[in-house]
Every structure is written in structure tokens, then in C-alpha cells.
Design a protein around this ligand. Structure first.
Ligand SMILES: Nc1ncnc2c1ncn2[C@@H]1O[C@H](COP(=O)(O)OP(=O)(O)OP(=O)(O)O)[C@@H](O)[C@H]1O
Ligand SMILES: [Mg+2]
Length: 252
């Protein structure tokens, strides 16, 4: 039996929804930036005038505002990528440099949390064709997730291995792991594994990672055993050796 369904209307609703999110987050950004700045100025001068509990209230409001700004920025990024409006700056890139760069951003956090973060990169890897900044964003998000779900004493490893015409870039941790029923869902917007304690975040990071990797002609997936850790892997196409190593502007 063949069942056909007209999805034109569903598609239109989805498009309108994305457009609404894009407009709403764009409109929210300006007042939020203003409020954060005002709150910062207020906090600078409030110290001698306010009581400790009043200061604490202000500080909490400022922290909430920062979280809201991060959420609005993520939503805006995501809707831009989804609507194909993001421009990629694709060039021939050495992935090991991107990984070194990403790892160096976590030096302090890694020490504070008492985990080990290292990279395993074979010599002589071919360059890939990718947008260096956006792939660094993906790497830092995967590492930030790994750090969030790994206990003190844990280990996180970023590894690159070549396959036929792609590189596999893996971020592996030996932390909490992800229940099987969630593994296919965590790349969707706002999906977070339900836990007793609130670990923060908004569930947008992996959705953005997926869109960025897709725009760079790659794919991303997770393998995980609850209680034993998770491995997130994404692929990037190896650059054609005959192509020039300089940047090319591309619109996707
Ligand atoms: N390394 C990991 N170990 C265990 N669970 C993970 C890991 N990475 C992601 N998850 C699960 O997948 C969910 C979605 O991750 P995602 O990065 O999209 O959102 P988030 O980290 O919760 O919030 P955000 O990235 O928007 O700040 C997380 O909430 C968590 O439940
Ligand atoms: Mg995240």
C-alpha cells in the first residue's frame, strides 16, 4: 500500500516558525546587550551603596542576562544556518592547528576541573576543505560538552584519523555517557538528557554543530555507553591536493 501525504502546509508552518524565531531573537538582542551593559555599570558603582544581599540579587540578574544573551545568539546562529544564510569561508585547513587552538581555550577550566584533555594527531595528515572558525566552534562545543559530563580525574581525548577521502575527528570522554534512546535525538534543538541535577545549557550546541558540519560537507554522530563515556565523531572532506591552499569565499 502506498500512502501519499501533502506536506506543503507543514513545510510552510516550519518555515514560518523558523522565521519567527529568527526575528524574535534578532529583536531581543539589542535590548539585552543594553541591559547587560547597564547592569555591568550599575554593579561597578553599587558596591559601597548596597547591602551584600542586594548586590547578590544584582549579580544573579547579570548572570541570568548573560545566559539569555548566549541563548539568543545561539538561536540566531541556528536560524541563519538553517535558512542557508550563513556564509562559509572555506579554505584548505590544517586540522591539527584548529585542535591546538581549541584545546588551548580550555587550559584553565581543565586544571580547575582536574581532568586530562589531550590530542592524538598523526603526523602528515592531509589538509581539509573547511571553514576554520566554524569548525573551531564545533570543536569547542564538543569539548565543552565532554567537560560538563566528565567527573574529576576523567579523560578527554581529541583524535584525528584519515579515511578514504575524509578525516574523522573524534572527541572522546569517559564521563556519564548518553542513554541509547537519546542518542539519535540529542542533535535536535532543545533536547537534553533528563538528569536530577540541572547542568545548565539550552540544548542548542549539538544542533548548531550538526548544521555547521553539514554545511562543510561532513556528517556527525555519537557512540556512547551509559556510564562509560561518549565519542562524538565528525567528518571533513580532505582538500583536493591540486586546489590552491588559499581561502575561497563560499555562500551556502
Ligand atoms: N559528552 C557528553 N556526555 C554526556 N552527555 C552529553 C555529552 N554531550 C552532549 N550530551 C547530552 O546531549 C545534550 C545536548 O547537548 P547540546 O550541546 O546540544 O546542549 P547543551 O550542552 O545541554 O546546551 P548548550 O550546548 O546549548 O549550552 C546535553 O544536554 C546532554 O544531555
Ligand atoms: Mg553543549
Amino acid at each position: 500500500m502506498l500512502l501519499l501525504q501533502d506536506i506543503t502546509q507543514l513545510k510552510e508552518v516550519d518555515r514560518l516558525k523558523s522565521e519567527f524565531v529568527a526575528t524574535a531573537s534578532h529583536e531581543l538582542r539589542t535590548p539585552l546587550t543594553g541591559m547587560t551593559m547597564s547592569m555591568g555599570l550599575l554593579l561597578e558603582t553599587a558596591e559601597e551603596k548596597l547591602s551584600e544581599s542586594e548586590l547578590e540579587l544584582l549579580q544573579t540578574a547579570q548572570d541570568d542576562m548573560q545566559r539569555l544573551r548566549a541563548l539568543v545568539n545561539d538561536l540566531l546562529d541556528l536560524s541563519k544556518i538553517e535558512s542557508g544564510k550563513i556564509s562559509l569561508d572555506v579554505a584548505s585547513v590544517d586540522v591539527s592547528l584548529l585542535i591546538d587552538n581549541a584545546l588551548s581555550m580550555f587550559k584553565v577550566q581543565v586544571q580547575d576541573q582536574g581532568v586530562e584533555l589531550k590530542s592524538v594527531i598523526a603526523d602528515g595528515l592531509p589538509p581539509v576543505r573547511a571553514d576554520a572558525n566554524k569548525i573551531t566552534w564545533v570543536l569547542t562545543n564538543l569539548i565543552a560538552n565532554a567537560l560538563r559530563y566528565t567527573e574529576r580525574g576523567g579523560q578527554i581525548e581529541v583524535k584525528v584519523s584519515p579515511r578514504a577521502d575524509v578525516l574523522h575527528i573524534c572527541v572522546r570522554d569517559d564521563g556519564a555517557g548518553i542513554p541509547l534512546e537519546y542518542q539519535s535525538k540529542i542533535f535536535d534543538k532543545f533536547v537534553q538528557v533528563e538528569t536530577e541535577k540541572d547542568v545548565g545549557g539550552s540544548g542548542l550546541g549539538l544542533a548548531i554543530c550538526k548544521e555547521i558540519v553539514k554545511a562543510n560537507q561532513g556528517s556527525i554522530w555519537v557512540e556512547s555507553m551509559p556510564g562509560q563515556g561518549s565519542t562524538f565523531t565528525f567528518t571533513l572532506p580532505i582538500a583536493d591536493r591540486s586546489s590552491s591552499a588559499t581561502g575561497v569565499k563560499l555562500n551556502v
